[in-house]
Design a protein around this ligand. Structure first.
Ligand SMILES: [Fe+2]
Length: 279
């Protein structure tokens, strides 16, 4: 393909082994130079981001979250962000882990300015947080987050932290981060569970099992980097909607090849969609 966004087309066997053992695998600097540049340009020209970054101090202080912006659903893709649905590396990772039947769930675009507060350790497999029969049936199914950092991060400056191996601990309400880090679930995980602060260069990706505990540090007011751009593409094993499974714009389907039809032809999340009714 011309103008690929990634420098590689598939994970190595070692990458996949790391993913199964740790619940995530990092691909530092995996973007091509033009991929980083093109993706950043698409992100920072998004009208909501232009408006947010350009706010005055007064305008910003009136917002409930003055220093960070989350765009969900992020639908107006450009040439580079469009590739993240099914670039060869994306396809190879998802097919290796989930097999051939999976769906695109949704994608988000985030910007964090200096002053953004920390996001504490959590897991993101939403079916575990609900008790309907559909949720119970879906609990062990894959929910994968592909996290992209076009401008990278250093430790202590909005870095991602993970607890490797914590995906082996079922996300039930009685599991707390405090108990986890105190060693109470080491036997379940089969290893000592410890927090690990990551550091990644610009153009990096993390392939994350959403059951793995993860957290994000604050962005200090004296950070040398004015803003962090972060993208999240989320995929799920084929089945009923997950939380935030988005409605698919008709234009995405109009031009979809068979693979994209498989990604996009599924039900969106709607309030009440997990409650089965009897005739
Ligand atoms: Fe999360």
């Amino acid at each position: 393909m011309q103008n690929p966004i990634f420098t590689i087309d598939a994970p190595t066997a070692a990458d996949l082994t790391a993913f199964y053992q740790d619940g995530y695998v990092a691909f530092p600097g995996v973007f091509t130079a033009e991929g980083i540049e093109g993706l950043m340009a698409e992100c920072v020209s998004h009208p909501q981001i232009v408006d947010f970054i350009g706010k005055s101090d007064d305008g910003r202080s009136a917002l409930p979250q003055p220093y960070q912006l989350l765009i969900r659903d992020w639908n107006n893709k450009g040439f580079w962000s469009d590739q993240l649905f099914d670039a060869p590396l994306v396809k190879a990772l998802l097919q290796a882990v989930i097999n051939d039947k999976y769906h695109f769930c949704h994608s988000t675009l985030h910007v964090s300015l200096r002053g953004t507060p920390a996001l504490h350790f959590h897991q993101d497999h939403h079916h575990w947080k609900h008790e309907n029969p559909i949720n119970l049936a879906e609990r062990e199914r894959w929910y994968i987050q592909m996290l992209y950092y076009p401008n990278g991060f250093t430790r202590g400056d909005r870095n991602l932290s993970v607890i490797p191996g914590s995906h082996r601990v079922s996300p039930t309400p009685d599991v707390t981060v405090e108990k986890l880090l105190a060693g109470e679930y080491d036997d379940v995980a089969g290893r000592p569970l410890k927090a690990e602060a990551l550091e990644l260069p610009p153009g990096s990706m993390i392939f994350l099992n959403a059951r793995t505990f993860h957290a994000v540090a604050s962005k200090p007011f004296d950070s040398p980097q004015p803003y962090r751009i972060f993208l999240n593409y989320i995929f799920k094993e084929a089945g009923p909607p997950h939380r935030w499974s988005q409605s698919i714009p008709s234009e995405w389907l109009a031009n979809a090849n068979p693979h994209r039809k498989m990604l996009f032809q599924r039900e969106p999340y709607t309030p009440g969609c997990w409650v089965q009714t009897t005739q």
